[in-house]
Design a protein around this ligand. Structure first.
Ligand code: ATP
Length: 375
């Protein structure tokens, strides 16, 4: 049982109703979160949403205007950074340019007057962990971006914090290296078992890395969940749209029959049906959302595709195709100025009957892949 599903589990970090104001401006607005031991927890949101401010309050660099922060049941709200069992890795890495890799990693331990033999052993261990042993004598300017990132990580881990805070740890790396480093970071976290809180604006990064994430907007937490929960069951239009892409149709609830909600949507140009537990009332305005990869696309009149408008089905014309190698993204015009995005996995090297620009197609999906969003 994952700790966040266990009502008995004690959170390692507890953020209780934390608000941070800078003058009139509210950067963090009444945030409550529980983070468990050994989690890799992501704070995800667009620039300015308050994620860094929240991280800095965990580190002790900022003091909440109101609310409390507990680490391991201890109220640390007023505790200075150096007394907390916490270390922070900055986006800039903040390495000392005149020091070697080894000296950079040893720096914090030296300041704490760790005995020489222990210092040597711990630095060796940390460099081993991030696979930088052979580069121990190099200076930061002689390293690649990815290696510098690993020095910063080793320097943060060598102090054996219980909680490691990482502010955009991979932002300085190019895409390929970032993807590779995501897996390294996960492996290292798994090995050391330290609780990680990572700030990122990159939703793919949050999805790949995290055990759970908090999606933030304008200082507030919009949703907390595992990557698949947040992707498959976004609670609001904001999260649905922020994580991945999604088709959204505004409409009105026409009928509710057990789990099956039927929505009349002028934007879709017909009825939609969704198998949903959402609590909605007849006549209520709702938004029906469907992920692009859950929609099937077929040349009109083929593959058993019936023509004409039915629930969760529409005829349309392909307006754009983005070929992405592994997938293709189609934008299909279904009339009324409504475009539906459809993603298809490119299973074969050459599609027998490729769906091309201007192709007349039928789109359809099942009731159980749709979502009802009420805000
Ligand atoms: P980014 O990814 O761009 O760093 P963020 O989500 O981390 O964004 P924060 O750095 O937490 O956002 O900032 C949230 C808001 O608070 C921003 O609008 C920022 O301008 C404001 N802010 C942050 N620190 C201060 C400060 N010391 N004084 C005044 N306003 C601040």
């Amino acid at each position: 049982l994952e700790p966040w599903r266990d009502p008995q589990a004690r959170p390692y970090v507890r953020i209780e109703g934390v608000t941070k104001r800078f003058g009139e401006f509210t950067a963090v607005d009444d945030v409550s979160l529980d983070i468990f031991r050994s989690e890799l927890f992501a704070l995800l949101g667009a620039s300015g949403c308050g994620k860094t401010t929240l991280l800095r309050m965990l580190a002790g660099f900022e003091r909440p205007t109101s609310g409390r922060i507990l680490i391991d049941d201890q109220d640390v709200t007023a505790m200075p950074p150096y007394e907390r069992p916490v270390n922070m890795m900055f986006q800039s890495y903040a390495l000392f340019p005149h020091m070697s890799v080894e000296q950079n990693v040893a720096f914090g331990l030296k300041q704490d007057s760790v005995p020489k033999a222990e210092l040597k052993a711990r630095v060796g261990e940390a460099l081993e962990l991030v696979q930088l042993g052979p580069w121990a004598r190099r200076k930061p300017h002689q390293l690649s971006g990815g290696q510098r990132q690993r020095v910063a990580l080793a320097r943060a881990l060598v102090k054996r914090p219980k909680l490691l805070l990482l502010d955009e740890p991979l932002a300085a790396l190019d895409k390929k290296l970032r993807e590779k480093t995501q897996f390294e970071l996960m492996n290292i976290q798994d090995e050391v078992g330290v609780t990680f809180v990572v700030v990122t604006h990159d939703q793919e990064e949050a999805m790949t890395l995290s055990t759970r994430m908090a999606v933030m907007d304008r200082g507030r937490v919009m949703q907390v969940g595992t990557p698949s929960e947040v992707y498959e069951f976004p609670s609001t239009r904001f999260t649905a749209d922020f994580i991945g892409s999604i088709n959204v149709f505004e409409g009105r609830v026409r009928s509710i029959d057990g789990d099956l909600v039927v929505v009349e949507s002028p934007q879709f140009g017909g009825e939609l049906e969704v198998a949903s537990q959402a609590r909605v009332a007849q006549g209520q305005t709702v938004w029906v959302a469907v992920r692009p990869e859950k929609i099937s696309i077929a040349p009109r009149g083929e593959g058993g595709a019936k023509e004409g408008r039915r629930r969760n089905a529409a005829d349309g014309v392909v307006q754009d195709i983005a070929y992405l190698g592994d997938t293709s993204v189609f934008r299909v015009d279904i009339g009324n100025g409504t475009l539906i995005e459809v993603t298809q996995t490119n299973l074969f090297r050459s599609i027998e009957r490729p769906i091309d620009w201007d192709a007349r197609v039928t789109l359809s999906w099942t009731a159980n892949v749709g979502l009802i969003l009420s805000e």
